[in-house]
Structure formats: C-alpha cells, structure tokens
Design a protein around this ligand. Structure first.
Ligand SMILES: [Zn+2]
Length: 141
C-alpha cells in the first residue's frame, strides 16, 4: 500500500465541512483481496482495537463497521476507520470519515476528520511520529 498524496484540509472542503486529513491511497494487490476473503479479520481487528465495535459506519448502528468488515470492504476503508479510532484512543474524539474509490483500479481517496492536525496524520507518515507527544499531552490533563 502506498500513500500517493497526503495533506490536511484545514477547513470546509469537497468531502466535508470538517477539517480533515486527505490521503490518496494505492492499495495495490489488496484490491483483489477484500476483507471477507481474509479469514479471521473481524476477530483480529476487534482484538487489536476493541473500540472499533462502536463505529457505526454506513450501517448506522454500533458494530456497523465490523459488519462491513465481515461482508467485505477494501483496505482504504479499513485505513479510514483505524485512523479515526487511533485518534479517539489518544483523546481526540472524531467520527467522520469517508473513503471513495476512483476511476483507477486500486486507488482510493480517504478522508477523515481531525481535531489536532499533528495527531491526525496516518501511521507510517513522518508526522505520525508525533503520536507520543500528543498522547502525553492528553493524558496529563
Ligand atoms: Zn465506514
């Protein structure tokens, strides 16, 4: 998986009225491997991040994202929910996210809300290294 573009949308934007992180992802070979083809993915994801159970997703009720995971969704959508949940876990409550496919196979536009820009960057990017300082700030208050 490669991040092709990555930036903060610091005000109302094409995708939402919220400040958001935008990523253009190339999920590569995962395009041919939606989540319903990965044995045990729901159990493993909810084991790693139990609070994913609270995500309503398009289903509209708690557990909705895990239902989508069981029925089959793509890696970009999973990245969106993990990015949202990691922010929630360090004290920055967010819920909005959107993943939209593009006209190119395997390329997705992922957008998710942030409250603190430095803490909203995705894992694997340099700004995400600031997670520890963000976590320290939120736990000291
Ligand atoms: Zn979703």
């Amino acid at each position: 998986m490669n991040i092709l573009a990555h930036r903060a949308l610091r005000g109302p934007n094409y995708y939402s009225r919220y400040r958001a992180i935008y990523m253009r992802l190339d999920i590569g070979e995962l395009e041919e491997r939606p989540s319903d083809t990965v044995p045990g993915i729901v159990e493993r994801m909810s084991g790693l991040l139990p609070t994913l159970q609270e995500h309503r997703c398009s289903v509209g009720r708690p557990g909705g994202f895990l239902e989508r995971l069981a029925r089959g969704t793509w890696a970009g959508h999973i990245v969106e929910h993990v990015a949202i949940e990691l922010q929630n876990l360090i004290g920055f409550s967010v819920g909005y996210g959107k993943t939209v496919d593009s006209y190119e196979s395997g390329i997705y536009n992922v957008v998710y809300r942030y409250r603190d820009e430095a803490c909203g960057w995705p894992p694997g990017s340099r700004p995400w290294l600031s997670l520890k300082p963000c976590s320290a700030v939120t736990t000291s208050t």
